[in-house]
Design a protein around this ligand. Structure first.
Ligand SMILES: Nc1ncnc2c1ncn2[C@@H]1O[C@H](COP(=O)(O)OP(=O)(O)OP(=O)(O)O)[C@@H](O)[C@H]1O
Length: 582
């Protein structure tokens, strides 16, 4: 469900006011120099905002935005000046070309991440001006392409041109568009995929796909800016889009403040307006000033200019802290509703669990044989535990079942159907839910948004009562056990048929462990889900598991009913020969 992220909208409003004042005061005041310069800032702001969207929502590093901006500017200029296109069509062409380039730049993001991706996009920014020169007969790179001049204020008559208003409106729209994306389902999915692509897949999110969408959205933003720049600047040549321009766009985001909406506007004022417009007498030292400013700001304010201001504003506003929430009680209520059949989904009760069969699964990581012909069965609607010493292959087994790791050999089947050729997203869609050793809770989303990622599309169950309690609850300060409960609640709302839990009791107190056992029991009883549990806490295992598999060095030592496994010699591998420890 899309909701409005009020703080992001509020921030956009502040950005809109700042930008409107910056552009309109000189435009209405008839000051051609500042009207012109600050309208250029508004154009750059669109490109910075879109670079920011890519980084803040999708966690992607890109230095290619300047090249996309330049390509849109160039196409718009050539289409109008050389081929006589209608200006509106030329602008649309520029934006379309930018979108295609965004798609191309997204392709490396399917394979590489972080600074590796940054280097790939930097290469695009380096190559772009060279390409323009290389195809000079077509691009007129040497002479440049002049266009009809559009200026905000006529330098001679002082008359106002509406073009500045169009630029301003689009720049403001870029802020609000980003804010709307942040509150949307797509935005939440982007952030989850950015924080943990692994966990995202188990929540039915395709990280590659949402990344591509983010790249295209950012490219469209840079394209709009470039297409506006060409007629406005009235001349394009390769020298207008050097690699330093791409770097500038990226640094406006970093200096302005990561994860903000309008930080890049602050970044632009500091990195572009100060060296280029305010210190014009020091033009020869522009790059030096720019470098020193960026260095000093990052040294003094590592998270950028805006976040400290936002923290200050939050302290002044002093919003009342949200009351503590009892997530285990929510899980119990949810499962109670389910067992009473008061939930609306046609999910029925018992009998939904998937029967799991693992046979002959082998997985090597280089020279390490993590799994060596592992096989066991977990009956539908039962709890099966996987135990064994550290490094024996328990988590790898869960990773193979959930599709996060491909086995080199062997078969995993659910209800008799092989899942070997299915992706992690398809397996999650079939009803396999996954908890991780360290709970995968997304700190940049609130508690409700974390839960909502688990809810299946099209679910008609009413989770309003959970939303009312969790909306706006920040999870960054959650304790380990609160994170564990939140992850478990997310699993429950996904109406799972097979639940894979990786050491859920680790880090929980004795009381919390009891609570965990009761929650797993109610999950199984109410929804009939099958549970596969990796756990070191043996008393907990004997208390809850119907069947158990003991692994050692990637091989199955014993598998069968819990009581029998408990008495078997294979337990010596885990607890030595002292039976009391079992
Ligand atoms: N991605 C990987 N790359 C290389 N080696 C890996 C990878 N994942 C697991 N391994 C190795 O495979 C073996 C099994 O690891 P796994 O995490 O499955 O064990 P585990 O039984 O879950 O251990 P623990 O109880 O400590 O969590 C270990 O030797 C581990 O180092």
């Amino acid at each position: 469900m899309d909701t409005l992220n009020t703080s992001a909208v509020r921030e956009s409003g502040v950005g809109a006011v700042i930008l409107a004042l910056a552009v309109l005061v000189p435009v209405l005041g008839g000051d051609p120099y500042w009207a012109y310069a600050l309208t250029i800032v508004a154009i750059y702001s669109i490109a910075s905002a879109s670079t920011n969207l890519l980084r803040a929502e999708s966690g992607q590093y890109t230095f290619g935005q300047g090249a996309i901006f330049g390509a849109a500017a160039y196409s718009t200029a050539l289409a109008t000046a050389t081929y006589g296109w209608n200006p509106v069509l030329a602008v649309l062409l520029g934006i379309a070309i930018a979108a295609v380039l965004g798609l191309l730049l997204a392709l490396p993001a399917l394979r590489v991440q972080g600074y590796y991706l940054g280097f790939v996009s930097l290469a695009a920014a380096v190559v772009f001006p060279q390409l323009l020169y290389g195809f000079s007969t077509f691009t007129h790179a040497v002479s440049g392409v002049p266009l009809t001049v559009v200026r905000p204020v006529d330098a001679h008559s002082g008359a106002f041109q509406p073009f500045s208003l169009i630029v301003l409106a689009l720049a403001i729209l870029a802020f609000f568009g980003h804010a709307v994306l942040r509150g949307s389902r797509l935005g939440r999915r982007m952030r989850a995929a950015a924080i943990s692509p692994e966990a995202a897949q188990t929540l039915r999110i395709r990280p590659g796909r949402v990344r591509v969408v983010a790249f295209v959205l950012a490219a469209v933003g840079a394209g709009v800016a470039g297409a506006l720049y060409a007629p406005y600047f009235s001349f394009v040549s390769p020298d207008a889009f050097p690699v330093s321009f791409s770097v500038l766009l990226y640094f406006t985001v970093v200096v302005g403040g990561d994860s903000t909406i309008i930080g890049p506007l602050f970044g632009l004022f500091v990195l572009y307006v100060v060296p280029n417009l305010l210190l014009t007498n020091f033009a020869d030292y522009r790059d030096l000033i720019y470098g020193v400013l960026a260095f000093v700001i990052m040294a003094l304010l590592p998270d950028g200019l805006l976040p400290p201001l936002k923290r200050l504003a939050a302290r002044v506003r002093k919003t009342a802290p949200k009351p503590a929430v009892d997530i285990p009680a929510m899980i119990e209520q949810l499962e109670r509703e389910r067992s009473e059949g008061t939930g609306l989904e046609g999910e029925g009760k018992a009998g939904r669990g998937l029967a799991l069969e693992v046979s002959g699964v082998t997985k090597r990581f280089g020279a390490v044989v993590a799994l060596d012909g592992v096989g066991f069965e977990a009956a539908a609607g039962r709890v099966h535990a996987l135990i064994g010493p550290n490094g024996c292959g328990k988590s790898t087994t869960l990773n193979v079942i959930s599709g996060l790791v491909r086995a080199d050999a062997g078969v995993v089947s659910l209800d008799g159907l092989s899942e070997n050729h299915h992706s992690a997203v398809e397996i999650a869609t079939a009803g396999v839910a996954r908890g991780f050793q360290t709970p995968r809770v997304f700190d940049s989303l609130d508690a409700w948004d974390n839960i909502e990622l688990g809810i299946r599309e099209g679910s008609d169950r009413d989770y309003g009562w959970i939303r009312d309690q969790l909306r706006g609850v920040a999870v960054a300060s959650f304790t380990h056990s609160e994170r564990r409960w939140l992850e478990l609640l997310r699993i429950c709302v996904s109406s799972p048929r097979l639940v894979l839990l990786d050491e859920p009791a680790a880090g929980l107190s004795l009381n919390e462990r009891r609570q965990l056992v009761s929650l797993i029991r109610s999950l199984v009883a109410a929804s009939g889900a099958t549970v596969v549990l990796v756990e070191h806490d043996l008393p907990l295992v004997w208390g809850i598991a119907d069947t158990v598999t003991v692994l050692a060095e990637g091989r199955v030592l014993t598998t069968g009913r819990a009581a029998e496994v408990r008495e078997s010699d294979s337990m010596d591998v885990i607890v030595g020969s002292g039976r009391a420890a079992r």
